[in-house]
Design a protein around this ligand. Structure first.
Ligand SMILES: CC(C)(COP(=O)(O)OP(=O)(O)OC[C@H]1O[C@@H](n2cnc3c(N)ncnc32)[C@H](O)[C@@H]1OP(=O)(O)O)[C@@H](O)C(=O)NCCC(=O)NCCS
Length: 150
């Protein structure tokens, strides 16, 4: 039987697995030192999707209410298409006090763009030649959730 999925906070002990997922997911992955330093920033919130003991996806965001910035999200190649990316984004946005979220995504990354659109993000801008390896534009996307009620 497949273990149930749990969404829980990332700890520094998770860094090696996060780097494995990062390297399998991106042509221009974060360095381990950048990832470690980011996880220590007080306004950074990082959540992992865990199946049993194994991390199968994660999301990292800067949360400075009222705005949040999604900095990184990825799901293990073998676990994609099962709603894990959507659950990570929902958990992050629902638990935070932010009413507006921003992110950049490679223009050609249609799976990610669809994921974001399905979560309510809208394309609001373009940053030319934002990415390297390969050189590519970024689409800027924004999610507005209105004021959160108490
Ligand atoms: C983008 C990513 C995180 C999506 O994670 P996932 O767990 O596979 O996504 P989900 O299963 O939650 O999919 C949610 C929605 O996204 C869209 N989507 C996901 N994968 C897709 C694909 N390959 N093609 C088209 N749409 C896709 C669909 O609309 C899907 O909803 P649906 O299944 O009801 O149609 C994953 O593909 C990934 O890790 N990619 C590499 C890293 C990356 O590009 N991160 C984003 C950087 S900005």
């Amino acid at each position: 039987m497949t273990a149930a999925l749990r969404i829980t906070p990332v700890t520094l002990a998770d860094l090696p697995r996060l780097m494995e997922l990062e390297r399998e997911s991106f042509s221009d992955p974060w360095s381990e030192s950048a990832m470690a330093a980011t996880l220590e920033i007080p306004v950074v919130r990082a959540l992992a999707a865990r199946r049993g003991e194994q991390i199968v996806g994660f999301v990292i965001a800067y949360l400075i209410p009222p705005e949040g910035e999604i900095a990184d999200i990825c799901v293990a190649t073998s676990e994609r298409g099962q709603g894990i990316g959507a659950r990570l984004l929902q958990a992050l946005t629902e638990e935070s006090d932010c009413t507006e979220f921003w992110l950049e995504v490679r223009a050609s990354n249609l799976p990610a763009r669809r994921l974001y659109e399905k979560q309510g993000f809208e394309a609001v801008g373009l940053r030319k030649h934002y990415y390297d390896y390969p050189r590519e534009d970024a689409v800027v996307m924004r999610l507005c959730r209105g004021e959160k009620s108490e």
